[in-house]
Design a protein around this ligand. Structure first.
Ligand code: NAD
Length: 473
């Protein structure tokens, strides 16, 4: 079994706290081992990053741009191998894993090309005032298991571009593609600028409370995000928290079923539903409720379920046993409360964490499957009579990541969408993200944004430079 090592201060090192297995979700077989970082080794990584920061923070923009472009070139060259590694650890079908890698390339190149502006606030005879942006120091990246490679890129590349040094901590369920990514990055930046530590319980908490770390970019569940925020208070770490979501979509009456059903299905079941901004609650007018249910069941029936490396498979397993059990529990609860499970609804009788695409009708707000984030391959359909009521119910969630409104009349749909209480509101689409559009949640879905110039600036602190002019002294 290949032993994956950490990277601290440019050296590949074995963790001092033992090993843990990485399991292929399509087979349930452990196929790799990682080592667990000790607290001393975490200190070494932080010290290395702090030492490297002394030089890296003063490197030129042109140099850092060049580093990121070379990293992107190498990722692109290794795209097939990286995609296969993502399938093995995460479970998604190969084509989707390949798009995760190529998305990572696009995000890296975008971060490379961004300018970090100096804002001229005022220039008068008496003084000149400029707002400068400076790197923060050591940034830690803590990532989840659903899009392990791409989310690591989202965290790491803007941090490096802005002149910070980074400590990456991937999910212990999916550490391998991030380890490979860090190996690539390390070829192109000075020693200590990038470090990666792996481990299971406790390591994330130790990072969150470490006094040598200045910012944490965290993507994961709301509950863990709250723990990170508490632990980070000691030295007032800057935080970007991308947390859970329970995105609602409202289909306005008269929306042609055949035109939107496929897009709605894909938005709900993207990555087997394990996507933060996937569509997780579908509100449909009662006049079209059955028609939408029928169309979605038909599409679900066309999915080819299996190991993501097999040809033609477009629907993989759930990533881990705990998540599989949560999905099964929520569907069983809906069934027990009188919901109708129109397709799927039970784990497949074969090795691997396979749960087929599942459509549930006959439930409403107040049922766990509607109120909680399922983060898996099941979509509840909720009937409504009055659009205002649907909007009120969509907004009743404590989450506020994304939301969408679908309709024939774009102006009406946009007017409704702008009243969603969410960080992103989509019209006639859902879960659309791209490198140049700031993305982030509201309410309990977190704060701060990634992507775009706004995302890059979150990796910086401000310094106001106030220059009194000589002739006035
Ligand atoms: P999780 O919160 O269980 O784990 C996320 C990361 O935090 C992992 O690396 C984990 O090891 C680490 N961690 C665990 N305990 C910690 C602690 N006390 N302190 C610091 N770090 C700790 O989340 P998950 O199960 O890996 O991911 C699923 C969740 O992530 C879902 O809720 C999903 O909606 C959310 N998510 C959000 C976004 C977004 O952009 N908003 C994107 C992807 C996933």
């Amino acid at each position: 079994m290949y032993d994956y090592r950490m990277l601290i201060d440019g050296a590949r090192v074995v963790g001092e706290d033992g090993h843990f297995d990485v399991i292929n979700p399509a087979t349930e077989v452990a196929f790799a081992q990682c080592t667990s970082c000790s607290l001393d080794q975490l200190d070494q990584a932080v010290n290395a990053a702090q030492a490297a920061f002394k030089g890296w923070q003063h490197s030129t923009h042109a140099y850092r741009r060049e580093c990121l472009q070379l990293i992107a070139d190498d990722i692109e060259r290794d795209a097939d191998g990286l995609a296969r590694l993502i399938v093995a650890e995460q479970g998604k079908p190969l084509a989707l894993a390949f798009s995760e890698v190529m998305g990572g390339v696009a995000w890296t190149r975008y971060a490379a090309d961004l300018d970090i502006p100096v804002e001229l606030v005022e220039d008068t005879l008496a003084h000149r005032i400029e707002l400068h942006r400076k790197p923060l120091g050591v940034v830690a990246s803590i990532t989840p298991w659903n899009w392990p490679f791409m989310i690591a890129i989202w965290h790491i590349m803007p941090a490096l571009r802005a002149g910070n040094c980074v400590i990456s901590k991937p999910s212990s369920l999916t550490p391998l593609s991030t380890l490979r990514l860090v190996e690539i990055i390390a070829r192109h930046v000075p020693r200590g600028v990038i470090n990666i530590v792996t481990g299971e319980r406790g390591l994330g908490g130790a990072i969150s409370s470490h006094s040598g770390i200045h910012k944490i970019v965290f993507t994961g569940s709301t509950a863990t995000g709250q723990r990170v925020m508490q632990a980070a208070a000691g030295n007032l770490k800057r935080l970007t928290l991308e947390l859970g979501g329970n995105d609602a979509a409202i289909v306005l009456p008269g929306t042609p079923v055949e035109t939107v059903a496929e897009d709605i299905f894909q938005a709900a079941f993207l990555n087997m539903g394990q996507t933060c901004a996937a569509l997780k609650r579908l509100y449909v007018h009662e006049s079209q409720y059955q028609a939408f249910a029928d169309a979605l069941v038909e599409i679900a029936g066309r999915q080819v379920i299996g190991d993501g490396l097999e040809a033609d498979v477009n629907f993989g397993p759930v990533q881990n046993r705990d998540q599989l059990e949560l999905v099964a529990e929520l569907v069983d609860d809906a069934r027990a409360q009188g919901g109708q499970v129109l397709c799927g609804g039970a784990r497949l009788d074969r090795p691997g964490f396979f749960y087929p695409p599942t459509i549930v009708t006959g439930i409403s707000d107040g049922h766990r499957l509607v109120d909680e984030e399922q983060f898996g391959p099941v979509l509840p359909l909720i009937a409504y009579r009055d659009e205002e009521d649907a909007l009120r119910r969509a907004n009743a969630s404590e989450m506020g990541l994304g939301g969408s409104v679908w309709g024939l009349d774009p102006e009406q749909a946009q007017a409704f969408a702008s009243r969603l209480e969410s960080g992103v509101a989509w019209v006639n689409c859902h879960a659309q993200i791209q490198p140049n559009t700031p993305f982030g949640g509201s309410k309990m879905s977190g704060f701060g944004v990634e992507f775009g110039l706004e995302g890059l600036l979150e990796c910086t602190g401000q310094q106001l430079l106030y220059v009194r002019k000589r002739e006035t002294v």
